[in-house]
Design a protein around this ligand. Structure first.
Ligand SMILES: [Fe+2]
Ligand SMILES: [Fe+2]
Length: 226
């Protein structure tokens, strides 16, 4: 493996482990939450899910070159159900919310927790103030690199609930399939620029900041779903 990549991965691993072994996931996986608590988590997570294609759009806007932008464009295309709007990830997530017995009115009138609103804003801020390497670091090593493992943990947690047979879990399972290629394609776009120490440091710093923001997101989610 590329030396920079293995350095990046080992530098990020402690923070990634903090996400993957987060107390909230442990609660979710021990089926310790009530249906109301799962609903509360799901409604709040919806705001992150809804912001994600916009975040990718911000990221795309920072990349001048077609080939380097391609992994973001492909990711965005998949977010939109590859052209089938009934398969967009927003629609799949709405299917999940409805299967949790949330009404459309509950979904439409919900508001994000303060922490989730702040988390999303911080991600947008990185994209709006950053350059192409910042946005690639945010999307690739900062997010997609461990997303499939994370979604596997959430999915296996949700499957443990007594009401699991009613749940539409495709939103969670679909990411286990696609996020590894989102990660490797984005890393491939980054690698040609890892020829200076300052670029390497930049990618490491933004990746780490993104993972740390996610730890903040789950810490706060754990408190919010009390
Ligand atoms: Fe998605
Ligand atoms: Fe993805």
């Amino acid at each position: 493996m590329d030396t920079f990549l293995s350095h990046l991965q080992s530098a990020l691993q402690p923070d990634i482990d903090r996400v993957l072994h987060h107390p909230f996931f442990e609660r979710l996986n021990s089926a310790a939450l009530s249906r109301q608590q799962v609903q509360k988590f799901a409604l709040d997570y919806n705001f992150y899910c809804r912001s994600f294609p916009q975040l990718l759009g911000y990221a795309a806007a920072k990349i001048a070159d077609d080939q380097i932008r391609m992994p973001i464009v492909e990711n965005l295309w998949e977010e939109h159900g590859e052209g089938d709007i009934t398969r967009s990830h927003r629609q799949l997530y709405t299917n999940f919310l409805r299967s949790l017995k949330l009404s459309d009115e509950q979904i439409e009138t919900s508001v994000p927790s303060t922490a989730t609103a702040r988390y999303i804003q911080e991600l947008f801020d990185i994209c709006s103030t950053g350059d192409f390497l910042d946005v690639l670091a945010l999307v690739g090593p900062g997010t997609e690199y461990f997303a499939s493992r994370e979604f596997e943990i959430i999915l296996s947690g949700l499957e443990k609930y007594p009401f699991a047979q009613d749940l539409d879990l495709e939103y969670w399972s679909i990411h286990i399939e696609v996020d590894d290629h989102h990660s490797s394609d984005t890393l491939k776009a980054i690698l040609p620029f890892m020829n200076t120490d300052s670029n390497k440091q930049q990618v490491l710093d933004v990746s780490r900041k993104t993972v740390e923001l996610e730890i903040y997101f789950w810490d706060e989610m754990n408190r919010y779903v009390a």
